[in-house]
Design a protein around this ligand. Structure first.
Ligand code: BES
Ligand code: MN
Ligand code: ZN
Length: 499
């Protein structure tokens, strides 16, 4: 794993294998950004001249290498583009992405110093987090996994706020390592990661960090009447699990419940998905991975708030014991659901977990799920949808997501769409409604299971949870850890008596 540290020594004096500086697009061409002064001096003020000869423009995502100049300890300089030159501080997301580009470009290098504009603690945290996330690689199954990630990242910070800078790097380490854990879970092959092995991983990690864990196995689920989890998991040789991971702080004034969709593989079940739609369906547990990462991060940050994560784990497979389209399930809490399409399984496992979470009377429930293809059609693959039974909560989550660099958009829960799934002829509800607005229909279905008086929000991360395109910024191919930063930020706001 990449080690992260902070230093206030000068970029010139620090011993490293590569030194990273920022460049931007000024009104008259490429300009160096704060942090690069010592490097520019070593180049006798001609750093940008040299770089533009090599084709650099300062555009976001750009990375240009130059051999070092006399006076610098590092033999290699890498210039990363920050886009338009900023008047004041650079936006944290710009810094995260630039640091991510640097870490990806320098894979295989042992020690990298980042001399990006990092004057405030916020900027230091952004550079550190981007660097750590950009260093991520998943090599579990490869004989030759290619270049090793960067071994050590040193964030160079302004001397004045060095104490804050140290705390900022510690925060980035906790959040980044937990995000990378979530990515590992998503990237694991579904023949390795099933409900039982996921529960075991959660148990081990929770033990390591001193969190309380409870696992309900298929026997306990049967005894408890968790018809949603049992119905969805019934077709698989790998039975379902409901995992509760609790972090409590003695001085906490609020409790946040996080519920994650944990379908370790979604074949669609008897309503089988066609080829072309199931190759990436190992990512259907990304919600559970996100809420798990968030609760561990909350603990590592010592937030003064209680956070309980509920992982609704099942494998959706077709077989002789699978739920049939037409079956009626009795959900936890007693509501009955006619299953019209076994591929609308996420809402069934989530319903059980939301009811169970509600029994503990949290102040708020936030569920996270790769729930609908409709949300991907609506928002694309980098933006998650935010729905809620409370307007303020929805806006709050959308705003917080933006602050931590996650793209989201508020979506409505139009009451008229409720009709589509509440008129089953034989059960209380059906698991399918109108095809149009399918992402909202799924949200409305979940809302049925939220206890009176509890604020609830739903994040549909079906788009951003798994990245299939070329890597960019700090985002690799595969699992992204979508929603983790938003959840941590939300828990933090709750800890501060806000939100
Ligand atoms: N896991 C899928 C949703 C999904 C789609 C996640 C694309 C990630 C990328 C979900 O279980 C599903 O199959 N939803 C159906 C619901 C429909 C049958 C009502 C869908 O979106 O087509
Ligand atoms: Mn499905
Ligand atoms: Zn699914």
């Amino acid at each position: 794993m990449t080690a992260l540290s902070v230093s206030t020594s000068s970029a010139a004096a620090l011993r490293a294998d590569a030194l990273v500086v920022g460049v931007a697009k000024g009104p008259k061409g490429i300009v160096p950004t704060p942090g690069s002064e010592a490097v520019n001096e070593a180049f006798e003020g001609k750093l940008t001249e040299v770089l533009s000869t090599l084709g650099a423009t300062g555009a976001e995502g750009e990375a240009v290498k130059v051999p070092s100049a006399a006076g610098l300890k590092a033999p290699l300089v890498l210039a990363v583009g920050l886009g338009e030159a900023a008047e004041g501080d650079y936006d944290p997301e710009t810094l995260r992405r630039a640091a991510g580009v640097a870490a990806r470009t320098l894979a295989g290098v042992k020690k990298v110093a980042l001399a990006l504009p990092a004057e405030s603690a916020e900027a230091v945290e952004a550079v550190a987090l981007g660097g750590l996330l950009g260093s991520y690689s998943y090599g579990t199954y490869k004989a030759d996994a290619g270049k090793e990630p960067v071994g050590e990242l040193v964030v160079l910070a302004a001397r004045k706020g060095s104490k804050d800078a140290k705390a900022a790097v510690e925060r980035a380490t906790a959040i980044g390592e937990e995000m990378n854990r979530a990515r590992d879970l998503v990237n694991a092959a579904p023949n390795d990661l099933n409900p039982k092995s996921f529960a075991a991983i959660a148990q081990a990690a929770a033990k390591e960090h001193g969190l309380k864990v409870e696992v309900l196995d298929e026997k306990a689920l049967t005894k408890g009447g968790f018809g949603g989890l049992l119905g969805v998991g019934g077709g698989s040789v790998n039975p379902p699990r409901l995992v509760k991971v609790a972090y409590t702080h003695p001085k906490a004034k609020a409790t946040v419940a996080l519920v994650g969709k944990g379908i370790t593989y979604d074949s669609g079940g008897i309503s089988l998905k066609p080829a072309g739609h199931n190759e990436t369906m190992k990512c259907d547990m990304a919600g559970a991975a996100a809420v798990f990462a968030a609760v561990v991060a909350a603990k590592r940050l010592g937030l003064v708030v209680n956070v309980t994560a509920w992982l609704a784990l099942a494998e959706n497979m077709p077989s002789g014991s699978a739920t049939r389209p037409g079956d009626v399930l009795k959900m936890y809490g007693g509501k009955t659901v006619e299953v019209l399409n076994t591929d609308a399984e996420g809402r069934l496992v989530l319903a059980d977990a939301i009811v169970r979470a509600g029994e503990e009377n949290p102040d708020v429930i936030v569920d996270v799920a790769t729930l609908t293809g409709a949300m991907v059609l609506a928002l694309g693959d980098r933006t998650f949808g935010v729905m809620a039974n409370d307007d303020e909560l929805r806006e709050e989550l959308h705003t917080l997501a933006g602050e931590v660099g996650e793209q989201s958009w508020p979506m409505p829960l139009p009451a008229d769409l409720r009709k589509g799934f509440t008129e089953s002829t034989i059960a209380d509800l059906a698991n399918m409604g109108n095809r149009m607005g399918g992402g909202l229909v799924a949200g409305l279905f979940l809302k049925e299971f939220v206890a009176e008086g509890i604020d609830w929000a739903h994040l549909d991360i079906a788009g951003p949870a798994f990245h299939e395109g070329a890597p960019y910024g700090y985002t690799p191919k595969g699992g992204t850890a979508s929603a983790v930063r938003t959840l941590v930020r939300f828990a933090e706001q709750k800890a501060n008596g806000k939100a």
